[in-house]
Design a protein around this ligand. Structure first.
Ligand SMILES: Cc1ncc(COP(=O)(O)O)c(C=O)c1O
Length: 471
């Protein structure tokens, strides 16, 4: 593949690549080995971007004093990668120069057609005004039934007053933290883990305490969590199936976690991010199988300290609809409602109507999910089979979500540099494991949420790239 860059590769690069600070696009600066030959490298990851400050802002020389709470926050690496890949795509003239996108965790399949229809019908009916900040009663009732159904909880154990609807799952995570955390509180978060966990904790002035995942299963290391509990621990965040690894919580992990929570006598909260809970490859006929510690949620001793977060972005390929929810004790729901009132206000009522359609028990929804899972399973198997032929690569078998977590540590090169080379030379976009925490060094996250042909082509390019490296 023809490249604008030195075939020597970026081994000597000084990178701040995709760390997603404002400088995150300044990668490989000063590195002779990957300095672009042309004056304008196509993807922009390897040079400082031109300032694009609007004209009316340019004359201002006054320094801006940002609030301390936003200074530590970093962007999500996936967005930086999408932008860089889009630049390369824009300059591509031939098909093989186009980037294969395996970076973003976004299904390319369409949302269920009956859900889209429900949305446009609601729009046409004029459901376009403000609604209750916690969500419409119809949607909160539907969510209550859905959570009972998927978690095998007795009817009536989740009430609409326990539910708060937001634009995506993220508000459930962030508002939950804003309502509970004080500066100095400690929060256990997975590392590697979804980048919003660290950001939401830092936003509150609280202290993220990363915990590792277990080798082979990628489930949280609950023994480690137990050892890191201190008298300042306020919250434990779990995510199963997990982003970025696809790892799943085992039932023993659940029991140990339950013991930790019960031992804390109501002092410690559990936030369970269940956005991938319907997307698992376990053979069990249960909706969630062992994917989520439902029994924790079901335990009266700890139930009142559980924040369950979920949404429709992944399960129903509804990323752009922006609808998700949290199920919390009613007193916390009241606090989160106030935060909703003063931030996003409410979620668009026509979107909420569509969400009711998606979360109602129906043949169409089951059929949609079965078809989506068949696609992800096929894609996962393609990735598993093709990764086996990549020199110096181990794949940690994903049991859920639509991510593969490739261990490329044998190449003794930083994940960021590998990703940089993969994009430039092989024209395939994946994310460095370090976008998900320091524990991701030596790993690449491959999203197989797209169509099978793209996944196959992306893996073929990755195979060839590493074969050339090895040979
Ligand atoms: C683990 C995890 N939680 C939450 C979210 C946010 O989902 P939403 O788009 O519904 O806000 C994502 C999105 O990638 C995710 O991976």
């Amino acid at each position: 593949m023809k490249s604008n860059y030195s075939p020597r590769g970026p081994l000597g690069c000084k990178v701040a690549f995709l760390s997603a600070s404002p400088q995150s696009f300044i990668a490989c600066t000063g590195a002779t080995s990957c300095r672009p030959r042309s004056r304008t490298p196509a993807h922009g990851l390897l040079q400082r971007p031109r300032r694009t400050t609007p004209l009316n802002m340019r004359s201002s020389t006054l320094p801006i004093s940002f609030a301390d709470r936003v200074l530590p926050l970093k962007n999500e690496g996936a967005y930086a990668m999408m932008k860089a890949a889009a630049r390369l795509d824009a300059s591509a003239t031939r098909e093989h120069e186009r980037v294969v996108h395996l970076e973003i965790g976004q299904p390319t399949i369409s949302p269920p057609p009956h859900v889209v229809r429900a949305l446009s019908e609601a729009l046409e009916r004029g459901e376009t005004k403000y609604v209750h900040p916690k969500g419409t009663l119809a949607l909160r009732e539907t969510i209550a039934r859905y959570v009972e159904r998927t978690h095998s909880l007795p009817a009536g154990s989740v009430l609409p007053e326990n539910v708060i609807v937001g634009p995506g799952a993220k508000p459930g995570l962030v508002l939950g933290c804003l309502a509970l955390l004080n500066p100095g509180d400690e929060v256990l978060i997975p590392d590697p883990g979804f980048p919003t966990y660290r950001a939401m904790v830092e936003l509150c002035g609280a202290i993220p305490v990363p915990y590792p995942l277990l080798p082979d299963t990628n489930a949280p290391d609950v023994a480690f969590i137990g050892k890191r509990i201190s008298n300042r621990t306020k919250l434990i965040v779990i995510n199963s199936p997990g982003n970025p690894t696809g790892g799943i919580f085992g039932s023993e992990d659940t029991q140990s976690l339950k013991r930790i929570l019960a031992g804390a006598a109501g002092r410690i909260w559990l936030m369970t991010d269940e956005i991938y809970s319907r997307l698992h490859y376990l053979s069990s006929t249960s909706n969630l199988a062992a994917a989520v510690p439902s029994s924790v949620f079901d335990d009266p001793e700890v139930r009142d300290r559980v924040i369950l977060v979920d949404g429709l972005s992944k399960t129903f390929a509804m990323t752009g609809f922006r609808v998700g929810y949290a199920v919390v004790p009613s007193s916390l729901a009241e606090r989160m409602e106030v935060l909703a009132v003063h931030s996003f206000g409410c979620v668009a009522p026509f979107v909420q109507h569509a969400a009711v359609t998606a979360l109602t028990d129906s043949v169409e929804n089951d059929a949609y999910l079965a078809q989506a899972m068949a696609l992800y399973r096929t894609n996962r198997d393609v990735v598993l089979a093709m990764a086996a032929d990549i020199p110096g690569c181990r794949l940690w078998r994903p049991d859920g979500a639509f991510y593969a977590w490739l261990d490329v540590s044998a190449h003794r090169q930083s994940a960021q540099l590998i990703v940089c080379e993969l994009l430039e030379r092989a024209r395939v976009a994946v994310l460095p494991g370090t976008d998900f925490g320091a524990g991701g060094e030596g790993f690449l996250r491959v999203s197989y949420a797209g169509d099978t042909a793209s996944v196959r082509e992306g893996m073929r390019r990755i195979q060839r790239f590493f074969a050339e490296k090895a040979g």
